[in-house]
Write a protein that binds this ligand. Structure first.
Ligand SMILES: Nc1ncnc2c1ncn2[C@@H]1O[C@H](COP(=O)(O)OP(=O)(O)OP(=O)(O)O)[C@@H](O)[C@H]1O
Ligand SMILES: [Mg+2]
Length: 407
């Protein structure tokens, strides 16, 4: 049995249920603020699923490389290895405001210290990658297919903003690594894609590329300066989908309409504009991985306003998969959206005035042009990036021509 905590307070108990499912029961007299998700209010009856875990509890489970690593390390000890076991391992350190412990345990989020500067600086030795995964894997309650870990440093990457109190023991940063043979230069690829989003005025958490380009380090956007956490839920959760259904759905319904349903906020029009900008950026940068887990909401109070989460996980995937297409459908298809289709989306689904929609697409084009200059300069300094860099620029040019520029 697993005890579930929200905002560092006990919320309920989670247990296996029937052959392959699970059941969650709020503790008696739980207040509405203890809710684990905007989709699962506090109630007397249990929340049961027949397969796996309810989406909110599955949300941060590692996928891909990290999951496999944890399976190899822990399967022997537990005999089996399913989602429930995985949650028991990474439950103490998670993205967002939910934590998991044994039924009788107290919360204890003691993530080892790791200097982010050391990861970023060129002086590190080649074994750091393995050391980081070995040390931090079991503290990394974070989803995604690429190898990544949660680490604890003192404060924000943008040194001017804040430092956390010395008693804070939770994770502060996400370190994204990549397998060299599979997706060359993935960190630099993501770095420049995030630069485009930043230049478009979107909210991107502070991020830095390691000098050797082997890692991308990002501030957690769910961590508050006082060491407490904001709520975060991705669109798999909001659509009541399992992680393996993250490529199912449409931008119109599963993202835009769903966001408007849950936003519950006076900022919904501004956030919808940001969401539209982000969808258009994904098309222009040829990111075929903008699936349901790559959008999210954040909130201060589970019963209050929800805002669009800051931007994360932007990659020009088409440099690795030349025939890649969109992760979700638009107008019923996954072919990269054209400028006409994006304009229609902006004008009809988001209620944007035609001139405003046009201005947004132009702004993205300007941001891509400015970032392209940075990519060229970086290629000169880092010949190992040249091949991917040039391919990125080609993809962006094609993307801008078909998805942003009026015919
Ligand atoms: N800055 C951040 N702060 C807090 N949580 C984040 C941040 N960036 C990403 N996340 C969370 O971590 C998850 C994994 O990150 P990300 O999407 O960047 O990894 P990925 O391995 O590239 O994903 P994918 O499987 O989509 O390729 C996200 O789905 C989101 O839940
Ligand atoms: Mg992702």
């Amino acid at each position: 049995m697993i005890k579930v905590w929200t905002d560092a307070a006990e919320a309920g108990l989670l247990d296996r249920f029937e052959a392959r499912g699970s059941t969650f029961l709020y503790l008696p007299e739980s207040l509405p603020a203890r809710a684990v998700s905007v989709t699962m209010p506090v109630r007397l009856p249990s929340w049961d699923v027949r397969f796996g875990l309810p989406p909110i509890f599955e949300m941060n489970l590692p996928e891909g490389a990290l999951r496999e690593r944890l399976r190899l390390a822990f399967a022997k000890a537990t005999g089996t290895f399913d989602e429930f076991d995985l949650l028991g391992i990474v439950g103490r350190s998670q993205v967002g405001r939910i934590r998991y412990t044994g039924q009788k345990e107290q919360l204890q989020e003691d993530v080892p210290f790791q200097s982010v500067d050391e990861i970023l600086s060129r002086r590190r030795d080649g074994d750091l990658f393995r050391y980081l995964l070995d040390t931090f894997a079991s503290f990394s309650g974070i989803s995604g297919v690429q190898p990544k870990i949660l680490v604890r440093d003192g404060g924000s990457l943008s040194k001017t903003t804040y430092r956390l109190s010395d008693s804070y023991r939770g994770a502060t940063h996400i370190v994204k690594l990549w397998e060299q043979n599979e997706y060359p230069q993935l960190a630099a690829n993501e770095y420049f894609c995030l630069r485009v989003a930043e230049k478009c005025g979107l909210d991107v958490p502070p991020f830095r590329l390691a000098e050797d380009a082997l890692a991308l380090v990002i501030d957690r956007f769910d961590l508050r300066p006082d060491g407490t956490y904001r709520g975060f839920e991705d669109f798999c959760v909001l659509n009541a989908r399992r992680t393996d259904e993250k490529y199912r759905g449409s931008y119109e319904t599963s993202v835009i309409k769903r966001f408007a349903e849950f936003a519950n906020s006076s900022h919904v029009a501004a956030d919808l504009e940001r969401l539209f900008t982000l969808i258009a950026i994904n098309c222009a940068l040829r990111n075929g991985d903008a699936h349901l887990k790559n959008f999210g909401i954040v909130y201060e109070d589970v019963r209050g306003e929800a805002r669009l989460a800051p931007v994360y996980d932007l990659v020009t995937t088409s440099v690795y998969l030349p025939n890649d297409s969109m992760a979700l459908t638009l107008n019923g298809k996954t072919k990269w959206a054209t400028v006409k289709e994006l304009q229609r989306l902006g004008e009809t689904r988001l209620g944007g005035a035609p001139a405003r929609v046009k201005a947004i697409l132009e702004q993205i084009e300007t941001a891509i042009a400015a970032t392209s200059r940075e990519v060229r300069a970086y290629c000169k300094e880092h010949p190992e990036f040249d091949d991917i860099g040039i391919r990125m620029l080609q993809q962006w040019e094609q993307g801008a021509a078909s998805s942003l520029r009026a015919a």
